[in-house]
Design a protein around this ligand. Structure first.
Ligand code: GSY
Length: 163
């Protein structure tokens, strides 16, 4: 059965928009793409601003399949990341699989920090306001981050029927 999955995409190195576009074009089963936001970096060393967006998939892929897809897209973007939390050409995080809880050695779903991050909640709310409203404190997190998350536009729509 197809499930609704959300992935968080981020880039703060090189041609950031191109890396996001590349991932959206290559990911399987994409059904919706949020606007792109420029966002202040959260955590880590001094680093440049990110571009972030959230992608919805309608898919039968499992959590492990999806994790492999995320890693494949990061590799395709020639990810260079010397420092944990440091700058990266592309980060693809598996955020949500229809409410499924996964706690495996290499994978935790829902993403453990997604509900604390304006750069995830704001684009996710564009795609699924009911889901974001169901998270405790989401309004507070979003209000606190509104100044550091600026909508800059949309990616090309690569979905088959332009949903
Ligand atoms: O967790 C994703 C990588 N990342 C980001 C990000 O995508 N956006 C912003 N604004 N800050 C971040 N810090 C990390 S780590």
């Amino acid at each position: 059965m197809k499930r609704t999955v959300y992935l968080g995409l981020g880039s703060n190195l090189g041609n950031r928009l191109e890396y996001l576009q590349l991932a959206v074009s290559n990911l399987p089963d994409v059904s919706k793409v949020s606007p792109v936001y420029e966002t202040a970096p959260v955590g880590g060393p001094d680093q440049g601003p990110y571009l972030n967006c959230v992608v919805q998939l309608k898919t039968e892929l499992t959590g492990q399949d999806l994790l492999a897809e995320c890693q494949k897209q990061e590799k395709l973007a020639d990810r260079i990341r010397k420092e944990r939390w440091g700058p990266r050409t592309l980060d693809v995080d598996l955020l949500w699989i229809d409410g499924e809880v996964i706690e495996e050695e290499n994978l935790t779903v829902p993403h453990p920090r997604m509900k604390e991050r304006g750069f995830v909640l704001i684009p996710l709310r564009d795609l699924d306001p009911t889901l974001v409203d169901s998270f405790p404190n989401s309004q507070k997190v979003i209000s606190g981050d509104l100044d550091s998350v600026i909508k800059i536009g949309t990616l090309l729509d690569e979905t088959p029927n332009g949903e």
